[in-house]
Design a protein around this ligand. Sequence first.
Ligand code: FMN
Ligand code: 173
Length: 387
Amino acid sequence: MTFRSDEIQMKRYQSGDEAAIQLPVSYDDWRERAKQILAAGPFGYVHGAAGAGDTKRSNVDAFQKYRIRPRVCCDISKCDISIQLFGQKQPVPFLLAPIGVNTILHSEGEVGPAKAAAKLGVPYILSNVSSIPLEKIAETMGEHTRWFQLYPPKNRELTKSFLSRAEQAGFSAIVVTVDSTLLGWRETDLSNAFLPFLTGQGMGNYFTDPVFCSQLKQPPHENIKEAVKLALDEGNNTCFTWKELDFIRQQTKLPLLIKGITHPDDAVMALEHGVDGLIVSNHGGRQLDGAVATLDVLPSICEAVNGKVPVLMDSGIRRGADILKAIALGASAVLIGRPYAYALAVAGQSGVEEVIQHLIAETELQLAISGRHAIHEVDSSLIIKVQ
Ligand SMILES: Cc1cc2nc3c(=O)[nH]c(=O)nc-3n(C[C@H](O)[C@H](O)[C@H](O)COP(=O)(O)O)c2cc1C
Ligand SMILES: O=C(O)C(=O)c1ccccc1
């Protein structure tokens, strides 16, 4: 048996009475367990969305418009969920999305997901606003694939510094997030008066940066207020345009991805400005409420990109069927967001490992039971639109 899912399923089935005290299985159960453990502020920060939450809801609902149509009597004794990305084989068709300020969820901070990802062969995208500095995360991951996500600061010297630190620390791609030059209208966080950055959390990369620190009158920890003000000001980069992306492009030879694309014309612009990959994302509905669901725009973006670079997607991926539907609609891979954030809150690294293993198992089973041997065989013939 070559199925990873077999071992993962059997571990649970054979656990007998222990099952009741085990970690959750379904996304809803992870979220509920996280809700019990976390204070209202941190839970709301993960769970919350922009405005009325319409986009967050549509992201998930969009997957219901498609159904998988299996083929039968295919020999599925071997099932391969690996993919190729930037010339490298990755064992699974998903990555861990950049999620900032992880110490509000668990004392391990980003070390938890980084180690879980490394152990199970999943690429990890470290957030620019991580609680723990990128060099420390790199140390815990050895040779394992990690990418660095950048919220492009206003200051070009700071941009250069973040990029060169990431390169030196062995991050092998840069993800520039372009949908968050301003923080969205987040009603849950406003009600809870919860913005972790104000107390200096999520500043791991800023507070250790020589360029950033050189602009302060005092070291960050001696005057948190001054440091936070500068970091937030750098992040509110409302002047960001394609010209700034060109600048970033010139600073690094690493593969450059742009995250936050939902319009095919922007996809074409991004290609013209030299990106090596796109991430179709609306930030999990946390930025522009009422924005289109990512699955709804994925086909038009893939059409515009026409296979020139990989198109990744996120926002609403909760389980194996979602992963296959996104790939059937043209995604090269997907990013997992909230599911691993809740798991981190519940059980640190081992929680994230559990969620990753469940996603591996479910994706593999779904692929096999739909009559396909390998991810590269998945195309639009796997699904039909039912709504
Ligand atoms: C708590 C939280 C923090 C996030 N922080 C970042 C971040 O630092 N950088 C970034 O590009 N995206 C960030 N995102 C967005 C995710 O990368 C991803 O796009 C989103 O979670 C996908 O939606 P989903 O989790 O509903 O599937 C964050 C999302 C959440 C839930
Ligand atoms: O919380 C987020 O979604 C996030 O990534 C973020 C952090 C700082 C500014 C804007 C967005």
